[in-house]
Design a protein around this ligand. Structure first.
Ligand SMILES: Nc1ncnc2c1ncn2[C@@H]1O[C@H](COP(=O)(O)OP(=O)(O)OP(=O)(O)O)[C@@H](O)[C@H]1O
Ligand SMILES: [Mg+2]
Length: 264
């Protein structure tokens, strides 16, 4: 019988749209997988989720099919509803039409995440910026909450409010701030962000519009195809930090690498 992994849940959230949640959730999942961990990426944005497009998954099985079959799904059959991406991660996209979102109850969503934890090291969820009941309950069970912001004033103002709310909810120890596009041209400087947000630990992701927009448009993740770019290097660093905070989910060497250590 397969071991019960009880993987870590990483919720990727923001206080404003368009700040890079999908780019970060997608690439983080693949960067973690490159360390020989088993990873599932879930689109938690039931209306207009973008994971399927970001990974160029066509006619994918979605959360709608999982919801329809929920009564018959258990920890041994949930994997039949996942899409295998060529990078090696498993993916559960959002329904392909916005009206299907209402078919997915909070209980179905949370149960799905729980079942996925049993067979994976990490369950990465792209949550979006609208905090509905499902998202809030997911944040309760999440092991890490990555709050994504950029340097624009509206994003920073909303992020500060979100961090204060998370503080009141007792999430502080598991919340990490990620400043995306930290070196973009801006009146507010990246070095002012820790003091503004009241947090010392900030992860920085480089600004690279050409690489990021091309990657999202053609559906090929940055860490797969543009691994040496500045933005990919920052994403790998973020993955390393998350793994280092998770001693029970350390990379395992593949058999190939153990036998042929010279292989990269
Ligand atoms: N590090 C980056 N450097 C340059 N441009 C970026 C970066 N990250 C994101 N972008 C730009 O921001 C756009 C939005 O990114 P993404 O779709 O990941 O954001 P999102 O927060 O998921 O948005 P939504 O709220 O629509 O779900 C991308 O198309 C890209 O053009
Ligand atoms: Mg998105």
């Amino acid at each position: 019988m397969e071991e019960q992994k009880t993987g870590k849940v990483i919720a990727v959230v923001s206080a404003k749209g368009g700040v890079g949640q999908t780019m970060i959730a997608t690439n983080l999942a693949i960067a973690l997988q490159k360390k020989f961990l088993s990873i599932v990426l879930v689109d938690g944005k039931m209306q207009f989720g973008d994971i399927a497009v970001a990974l160029d998954l066509r006619s994918a099985i979605t959360m709608k099919e999982v919801a329809e079959e929920m009564a018959r799904i258990d920890s041994s059959t949930i994997s039949n509803y996942l899409n295998e991406h060529e990078s090696g991660i498993s993916v559960l996209p959002a329904p392909d039409r916005p009206e299907f979102a209402e078919l997915i109850t909070k209980e179905m969503f949370l149960n799905t995440v729980k079942l996925l934890q049993q067979h994976n090291d990490f369950v990465v969820v792209d949550c979006g910026y609208a905090f509905d009941d499902s998202t809030i309950e997911l944040l309760d069970v999440a092991d890490e909450i990555l709050v994504i912001t950029t340097l624009d004033m509206i994003s920073l103002k909303n992020t500060k409010q979100l961090l204060d709310t998370f503080n009141m909810l007792g999430y502080t120890g598991k919340v990490r701030l990620v400043l995306n596009r930290h070196n973009m041209e801006s009146l507010i400087k990246a070095e002012d962000v820790p003091a503004m947000m009241g947090t010392e630990e900030v992860f920085y992701i480089a600004n690279n519009f050409k690489v990021v927009s091309q990657s999202l448009n053609i559906g090929i993740p940055i860490v797969s195809r543009r691994g040496s770019s500045d933005v990919a290097k920052d994403l790998f660093k973020l993955a390393e930090t998350i793994i280092s905070k998770s001693p029970e989910h350390q990379p395992q060497q593949s058999i190939k690498r153990r036998w042929f250590p010279s292989l990269k």
